[in-house]
Write a protein that binds this ligand. Structure first.
Ligand code: UDH
Ligand code: MN
Length: 367
């Protein structure tokens, strides 16, 4: 009996000890458990990130953690309306000779590296505007001043590229535009390319800078020809082809040095591919051409008619596929470029390629 009573006492005390240990374990487990769970999810989402990088990662993370999405997402935009509510119609253009490139930068704070996207809706087309260029700084200021707001009112995703031919070699508008197409595609898979003289300013924003299912000629009426189309076959000044249309015709010819007929050559290519040319109505597609004289280095090309006659047999070997050049500098900065004499141009950033004379003499020479 004595043995039994002391054994009972020990058991009684142990019971309390076990109970105490049990309750302490429960408390410790409850405190530790949520931390453990979170940790394991974090580890697994980190693993997921490497496995599914760029493939619905955000959605997967979100469904796993249920955490608020703090990964800098923007909600999916709805398509911009077919007719932009921002259009203003016909405008009287003014050209203030005291306007500077810096003024234009200040006016266009939402433009980044020559590029813009509507903030509230998804643009219906992404459009690259290509400008062949040399020594037309004043025209470029006017162009940028008018075109940026014009394109923004049309709710387009766009970028402006100025393709600059440096040096004194005879000007080659068409080849510069081929280079612009090839270079712009390195940035983005643009839907539509607009080949645009720097001195032509559209007067009416209902003249929509988008591509159609056929190549498009914009410059129907201009001040310098009393707002009349020069000829039904004219395809110059401002034209647009989709990425695919331009590719199909092998772009422009690279062989037109000096002024004239490179636009006719493109029309021949387009027709040869059974495409037709569409135009906006005459009362909408109106342009002001900033007055200028013939440029030095862009004299009338005496070979132009002969070249044009050879287009049907030459187009395959003369165009995008044979466009050799070397881009010596591509300036996307908003600041003035300190090299070359073209420092005034640096503002539009994404907008320029400097093809220096040094390379012109080797890679981009007149044959
Ligand atoms: N361009 C330059 N620099 C040049 C030459 C041409 O930037 O030295 C570019 C510019 O984008 C210009 C385009 O190429 O808008 C077409 O050249 P252009 O404006 O000289 O062609 P246009 O059809 O004919 O306007 C000019 C003929 C001269 C008219 C004389 C007036 N009586
Ligand atoms: Mn001109």
């Amino acid at each position: 009996m004595g043995f039994c009573s002391s054994a009972c006492k020990i058991l009684w005390r142990t019971k309390y000890c076990v109970l105490l240990i049990l309750s302490l374990s429960v408390v410790a487990w409850i405190t530790a458990f949520p931390g453990e769970t979170l940790k394991s999810i974090r580890v697994s989402s980190a693993t997921t990130q490497t496995l599914v990088k760029g493939d619905g990662l955000r959605e997967k993370l979100h469904s796993m953690t249920g955490a608020p999405d703090d990964l800098n997402t923007s909600p999916q935009k709805v398509d911009c309306p077919k007719v932009s509510p921002l259009l203003q119609g016909a405008k009287n253009l003014s050209f203030d000779s005291s306007l500077t490139l810096n003024d234009v930068v200040t006016e266009n704070e939402k433009v980044r590296e020559g590029e813009y996207e509507p903030p509230d809706c998804a643009a219906r087309q992404s459009v690259a505007i290509l400008i062949p260029f040399r020594n037309r700084e004043r025209h470029l200021v006017y162009f940028l001043h008018h075109l940026h707001p014009f394109l923004q009112r049309q709710q387009l995703h766009y970028a402006i590229y100025v393709i600059n031919q440096a040096g004194n070699v005879t000007f080659n508008r068409a080849k510069l535009l081929n280079i612009g197409y090839l270079e712009a595609l390195k940035d983005y898979n643009w839907d539509c390319f607009i080949f645009h003289d720097v001195d032509l300013i559209p007067e009416n924003d209902h003249n929509l800078y988008v591509c159609e299912d056929q190549p498009k000629h914009f410059m129907v009426a201009r001040n310098s020809t009393r707002y009349k189309l020069m000829s039904p076959s004219y395809f110059g000044g401002v034209t647009a082809l989709t990425r695919e249309q331009f590719f199909q015709v092998n772009g422009f010819s690279n062989s037109y040095w000096g002024w004239g007929c490179e636009d006719d050559d493109l029309r021949i290519r387009v027709r040869q591919h059974k495409m037709t040319i569409v135009r906006p109505p005459e009362d909408v597609a109106r342009y002001t051409m900033v007055f200028h004289k013939r440029d030095k280095g862009n004299e009338v090309n005496k070979d132009r008619s002969t070249l044009k006659g050879q287009t049907p047999k030459n187009w395959r070997n003369d165009g995008l596929t044979s466009c050799s050049y070397k881009t010596l500098s591509l300036d996307r900065l908003p600041l003035y470029s300190s090299h070359l004499k073209l420092k005034n141009l640096a503002v539009t950033k994404k907008t320029q390629f400097h093809i220096q004379s040094q390379v012109l003499s080797t890679e981009f020479r007149k044959r």
